[in-house]
Design a protein around this ligand. Structure first.
Ligand SMILES: NC(=O)c1ccc[n+]([C@@H]2O[C@H](COP(=O)([O-])OP(=O)(O)OC[C@H]3O[C@@H](n4cnc5c(N)ncnc54)[C@H](OP(=O)(O)O)[C@@H]3O)[C@@H](O)[C@H]2O)c1
Length: 313
């Protein structure tokens, strides 16, 4: 059977980097691997693109807001994987007619990689979900290709970071041995490490039937903020960390204020995660042979390396 030709859009963004890295690690599974990027990014990240080209990646430079540029990039492509940033999530709706009329395209992965935006009855009202919900509504009516929503919950390295300027949304500070946790710190949360997001996308690509026209709810592990603190303590010499608690009512107040004065996305997502919005009866890793994932121990090791400068953030 012919191998699928892939196009990645948003390949140098935060999560796009990890997705691209894992696709390249498995490149023998695929045919052509192409990347669509803007001229600005092609210039500022020229070295990165040179590295991609050395690995046989086709770099297509264009304007993501010009449908003609995208349509040219879609030529000969079987699967489009988008990891575009939040600002342009809704733009993906305008790609649907192109995806439909592209003769080869059979699967689209829109930019998701987050909280389940259809988790429960209140999800439909959550402000940060609105653009992705519109994309899903448009895709549900689309024809001529299939789609997969890769739902990963919070990224582990992001969740375990030190939030110097805003510890109230949850923070783990290795240098100060100090954590700020939401609620009583015992609420469960399911996290996916950034490399696992990439690996699980590759697994989803390998399992087209199991991932057809659905949200694929995957994660690396489920834990609690206090278990995370305990793991940090273990990996930083065994000494107790100091822990501050932010009651959920306080978080909701901060969230409201943030929306009044600007964009409260970060607060809303943290509140949803703290309320248990990443927990499912059953995760879907088993559907795609994706049970082998990073552990809390692995994620904390990387989080420490990032904060102590032993690995780039
Ligand atoms: N679960 C979590 O904890 C979590 C955290 C963060 C993000 N996410 C989700 O992951 C997805 C990708 O987010 P991200 O933070 O990785 O994205 P990002 O770093 O902000 O950007 C991704 C890429 O989108 C492309 N892009 C082109 N024009 C753009 C524009 N006008 N505005 C924004 N991006 C533009 C760029 O591609 P080029 O580099 O090729 O120019 C950019 O590198 C989103 O759906 C987001 O909601 C989830």
């Amino acid at each position: 059977m012919a191998k699928d030709n892939l196009l990645i859009i948003g390949s140098t963004g935060w999560i796009g980097t990890y997705i691209t890295d894992q696709i390249l690690k498995s490149k023998d599974l695929f045919g052509r691997i192409a990347i669509f990027t803007s001229l600005g990014t092609a210039e500022t990240k020229a070295q990165l693109f040179e590295g991609f080209k050395e690995q046989g990646v086709e770099v297509i430079v264009g304007d993501i807001l010009k449908l003609g540029d995208l349509e040219r990039a879609f030529e000969g492509i079987d699967v489009v994987i988008s990891a575009v940033g939040r600002n342009i999530i809704a733009e993906q709706i305008s790609w649907i007619p192109l995806l439909t009329r592209s003769p080869n395209i059979k699967r689209f992965f829109p930019s998701e990689y987050g909280t389940d935006i259809e988790y429960g009855p209140s999800s439909v009202h959550e402000k940060p979900h609105q653009q992705k919900l519109k994309v899903r509504a448009a895709l549900a009516k689309s024809e001529g290709f299939e789609y997969t929503y890769v739902v990963t919950g919070p990224f582990a390295y992001g969740f375990l970071a030190r939030m110097e300027k805003l510890p109230e949304i949850g923070s783990f500070d290795v240098a100060k041995k100090k954590a700020t946790v939401l609620g009583d710190g015992r609420g469960q949360v399911s996290l996916t490490t950034e490399p696992d997001v990439g690996k699980l996308v590759v697994k989803a690509l390998q399992h087209p039937e199991a991932t057809k026209n659905r949200a694929l709810k995957v994660n690396s592990f489920t834990t609690t903020p206090l278990e995370i603190v305990a793991e940090f303590e273990k990996q930083t010499g065994g000494e107790k960390w100091s822990v501050d608690y932010v009651p959920l009512e306080k978080l909701r107040e901060l969230e409201e204020k943030a929306w009044e004065t600007g964009n409260g996305t970060g607060f809303t997502l943290r509140r949803i995660w703290a309320e248990g919005g990443t927990l499912y009866e059953k995760r879907d890793n088993g559907l795609i042979d994706g049970e082998e994932t990073d552990s809390l121990e692995d994620a904390v090791r990387v989080a420490i390396a990032k904060q102590t400068g032993h690995e780039k953030l």
